[in-house]
Design a protein around this ligand. Structure first.
Ligand code: GLN
Length: 489
């Protein structure tokens, strides 16, 4: 069997046992990339093959005398291109950063390096994470491995496509309003957004700092737990990381059922706009959870209807401030032929940012401007609290919430690019968990008649990642969705 088809856990087991060498793993993945990457276009930058092979050789040589491995040693992992890497350019899918080479690694990358992972490359994204299809990348869109005419979702579309097309064993994504979960659903893989504060954001280029979280995109739920084991934990470099103990998340899988767990079905997530095939698959999944011993209960999150509006004020306000630093002075490109400083700022931003980023900066600046601050930004913050309180209330009654991830399966390239509102509505079901900062996972739960994957979302209480993982794993083990792979070759 080809190594690139294995899950992270399977690959790690084979490597730990000594059945496969680091060299064989690296070669297998670069061969895979040479076959499918030109079709999928998951990566902005692919790492240098010779360099990875040299790392592989060093690992294999060392293991000859002393066989001590680390969980992610020699594991081929892809990194979303808004996470700083000292050895590869970090573009954020934007022209404005040019070939920016960060002078340091993000904390999550330093942790991976301690394990001696293989950094396969940097994956494509909507510019600065703003979008739901990767079509807003300055480097062109990635494709959905299930149907190349369709989007892979976004903004971590490159990471999800790379995992689905076996171009890496696992990937890192980032999620501000759904960008891990939504592309995972589109590509039929697992995407896990941890609790806000669980994983360090140091070295993650900021979009909306009160919402951004790094998390894994993987082939199954077990792999997500393995990745989280390395990613999670307090970091002195990020004061928003929480001082919460990190256990071995794979312990969650000791129990194979969901007996005693209560699942809430929020009625607002099954209202108008939900595609009937998606609803059918999700309802079927709810039945499976019940058969596994779970208790199903209808609940209400009354402020769901204003989540998208709230998000697009909070996120754009934070983005307008975070992106003020791209003025041609310190990072990336600088417009030529300017007579004075303001003109240089203006031209650089005019040339460097794409239309969606400009739209967000304008929206956010407006929401923060004096005279409108109270009407928009302050109001949105108050509503954000109401949304969080909705969750606090239902989590007194139930342990987990079950919903769709996306109102429809993946759409065609070009279908929504001219209609920002339609694009924004792709995140209707993922945004609430981001605003509330709670953990949420997307796992495959079926396929549309067109053969496109459908995702199921489970949301849990803050820092109860284990409960989310346990239920997700129990569900995936009794269904075989994860075993279906796209036919791309
Ligand atoms: N699609 C949403 C947006 O455009 C969420 C993006 C994200 O989570 N980075 O803002």
């Amino acid at each position: 069997m080809s190594l690139f088809k294995l899950t992270l856990k399977e690959l790690q087991d084979s490597f730990t046992r000594g059945d496969v060498s680091a060299n064989e793993i690296a070669r297998s993945y670069f061969l895979r990339l040479s076959v499918v990457e030109s079709k999928v276009k998951a990566y902005v930058t692919v790492n240098d093959k010779e360099q990875i092979l040299t790392q592989a050789q060093a690992i294999d040589d060392e293991l000859k005398s002393w066989r001590k491995t680390m969980p992610l040693m020699a594991m081929p992992i892809a990194i979303k291109d808004n996470i700083c890497t000292a050895d590869l350019p970090t573009t954020c899918g934007s022209r404005i950063l040019g070939q920016f080479q960060p002078p340091y690694d993000a904390s999550v990358i330093s942790k991976f390096r301690e394990h001696r992972f293989f950094s396969i490359g940097k994956t494509n994204l909507d510019e600065f994470g703003m979008g739901s299809s990767t079509e807003h990348s300055a480097f062109g869109p990635s494709r959905n491995p299930w149907k190349l005419s369709h989007v892979p979702g976004g903004s971590s579309g490159g990471s999800a496509a790379a995992v689905a097309a076996d171009e890496c064993a696992a990937a890192l994504g980032t999620d501000t309003g759904g960008s891990i979960r939504q592309p995972a659903a589109c590509c039929g893989v697992v995407g896990f957004k941890p609790t806000y504060g669980r994983v360090s954001r140091y070295g993650l280029i900021a979009f909306a700092s009160s919402l951004d979280q790094i998390g894994p995109i993987t082939k199954d739920v077990y792999d997500a737990a393995m990745m989280l084991n390395v990613l999670a934990g307090q970091d002195p470099m990020d004061s928003t990381t929480a001082d919460v103990p990190v256990s071995d998340f794979t312990r969650a899988f000791k129990k194979k059922d969901v007996k005693k767990l209560k699942f809430g079905i929020p009625k607002e997530f099954f209202a108008e706009g939900l595609d009937s095939e998606v609803e059918g698959a999700v309802r079927q999944a709810i039945e499976e959870l019940e058969q596994l011993g779970g208790k199903i209960q209808d609940v209400s999150l009354p402020h769901t209807g204003v989540a998208v509006a709230t998000y697009y004020i909070v996120a754009t306000a934070e983005a307008s401030s975070n992106l003020a630093r791209y003025d041609g002075v310190k990072y990336g490109i600088r417009a030529k032929d300017s007579q004075e400083l303001l003109e240089m700022y203006r031209k650089t931003r005019q040339e460097g940012f794409g239309p969606e980023v400009k739209r967000r900066v304008m929206l956010g600046t407006y929401a923060l401007s004096s005279g409108y601050y109270d009407a928009y930004y302050a109001k949105a913050q108050a509503v954000r609290t109401l949304i969080t309180q909705d969750f606090d209330r239902v989590f007194d009654e139930v342990d987990l919430l079950v919903t769709p991830v996306m109102p429809t399966p993946a759409f065609k390239l070009g279908e929504k690019i001219e209609d920002p509102l339609q694009m924004y509505l792709s995140d209707l079901y993922t945004i609430s968990a981001s605003l509330a900062g709670i953990p949420a996972i997307s796992i495959p739960c079926g396929f549309s008649q067109q053969g496109l994957p459908i995702g199921l979302q489970l949301m849990g209480r803050p820092f109860e990642e284990e409960t989310v993982l346990r239920a997700a794993r129990a569900y995936e083990l009794v269904t075989n969705w994860r075993k279906k792979r796209p036919a791309i070759r």
